[in-house]
Design a binder for this molecule. Structure first.
Ligand SMILES: [Zn+2]
Length: 449
């Protein structure tokens, strides 16, 4: 492949937003130079005033493949990702069959993904009851880290772990040097609250919110922080919803503990006060909380206590959302957002005075670091993969089914007007999405060292 130059007046690099040419040799960025320094004979793509962002990295996606391709799948999830400006996904170990809790299951996943991905991907392994001996081999086989649940994950087949299980697993985990991603809600407070609400109106969002109190998250985070002190491993809190945990997380960071935190676009955009009765498309766990809580999460991002924003893209067949019945008790908890997460975030972030530098930090560099790929993914710099997103930050669009591209076009954002349009996505130097079309053949690969 010839030398290519990607030119814009707004290239988002870690050092700032600059007018530059990104020189790409094959699959990698060779250099970022002033436009006047493009060598003659270079194949030049000039995007003018549109921004060029590093390809986004989503460290929290449920692809559900193999085994539940009627929910999602490598082809549909990665297509939706490419349209949304993501070039790298890290797949959660559950909802697929088999769950990624053994090396054999990881190998089945690899065989399933082959030739079907529009963007690059990697896998998280699972820590479940009784698989401590699988942790080392999974790490050696290439998972980027591990995920566990402290509460029933909404589906059988991926068991939760309690403190006893964790004490067995954590010495193995600590030896790998890889992070443990924790769904931090404890069952006790949720079960107690749910029991009190036995006769409540479960079409009401307020009922669902009360059933998953802040206390469930707080007590789980406290338990994990104390285990982190004892076992000295990398702790990552996925999808933080309660802002009440921020002071303790701030203190843990100040102590120098290896704890990182993510939240999701839906917690930063939606608010409990605005969720209508029976609007089960907004059901996720932990739940979307109050407007005041949402603003406190933004403050957590501003202070850097929250490191990154991941989608927690978690689809299901439409029937499982129980849209007719409208019951928050029985509906599947999970929100799909891969194709619009960037626009959801930019709509909210730009209103609060943040820039595309912040977006790149939260949605590319931060997740790449969590997945241990920070030297080749998540930045526009020499030596990195040429994963690039051409993004018009000023254009707006209305969320419609044809923009979503994942298996079922369900979205709590449907019909909303959002700010920021993905014009094109390049994966390792090749265009995979441009002008609403997918280009070429799926060329995404598993990221390996
Ligand atoms: Zn999840």
């Amino acid at each position: 492949m010839n030398l290519q130059a990607f030119v814009s007046r707004r290239v988002v690099t870690a050092e700032g937003i600059v007018s530059a040419a990104i020189l790409v040799n094959g699959e990698r960025i060779k250099a970022v130079v002033p436009p006047a320094q493009i060598p003659s004979g270079t194949d030049t793509h000039d995007f003018g005033d549109a921004s060029i962002l590093p390809g986004l990295v989503d460290s929290h996606v449920h692809i559900n493949d193999p085994g539940r391709t009627d929910w999602e799948g490598f082809e549909t999830a990665t297509r939706a990702a490419a349209a949304g400006g993501y070039t790298f996904l890290v797949d959660m170990p559950l909802n697929c069959l088999p769950a990624t809790t053994t090396v054999a299951a990881l190998e089945v996943k690899r065989a399933t993904a082959l030739g079907r991905c529009w963007v690059d991907w990697a896998a998280w392994g699972g820590v479940v009851e009784g698989n401590s001996e699988d942790i080392g081999p999974l790490a050696a086989a290439g998972v980027r880290g591990f995920k566990c649940f402290l509460i029933h994950p909404g589906i059988d087949g991926f068991t939760l772990v309690n403190e006893v299980d964790l004490r067995a697993a954590l010495p193995h985990l600590a030896r790998t040097g890889l992070p443990l991603l924790v769904h931090a809600e404890l069952a006790g407070p949720v079960d107690a609250a749910t029991e009190r609400l036995a006769n409540a109106d479960w079409r009401s969002y307020a009922t669902y919110l009360q059933s998953r109190p802040d206390e469930a998250e707080l007590s789980a985070i406290r338990m994990m922080l104390s285990l982190c002190r004892r076992y000295d491993f990398r702790l990552h809190i996925v999808h933080l919803s309660t802002s009440l945990a921020l002071p303790e997380l701030r203190a843990a960071r100040a102590e120098g503990m290896a704890v990182t935190v993510e939240t999701c676009p839906h917690y930063l955009h939606l608010a409990a006060e605005d969720i209508l009765d029976a609007a089960t498309l907004c059901k996720c766990a932990p739940p979307i909380r109050s407007r005041e809580n949402r603003e406190a999460l933004w403050q957590g991002l501003r202070e850097g206590i929250i490191d990154l924003v991941a989608s927690d893209h978690s689809p299901c067949p439409p029937a499982m959302k129980r849209l007719e019945e409208g019951s928050f008790r029985t509906a599947w908890g999970g929100i799909s957002s891969l194709s619009v997460a960037l626009a959801v975030m930019w709509t909210e972030a730009s209103e609060r005075g943040f820039s595309l530098l912040d977006i790149a930090r939260w949605m590319a560099e931060g997740p790449a670091r969590l997945a241990g790929c920070q030297d080749s993914k998540g930045r526009i710099a020499a030596g990195y993969d040429a994963d690039l997103v051409v993004f018009d930050p000023d254009a707006t669009f209305e969320v419609a089914p044809e923009r979503l591209h994942y298996r079922y076009p369900l979205s709590p954002y449907m019909s909303e007007t959002l700010r920021g349009v993905v014009k094109a996505t390049y994966l390792r130097g090749r265009p995979v999405f441009a002008g609403d079309k997918f280009l070429g053949e799926p060329s995404g690969e598993e990221w390996r060292h």
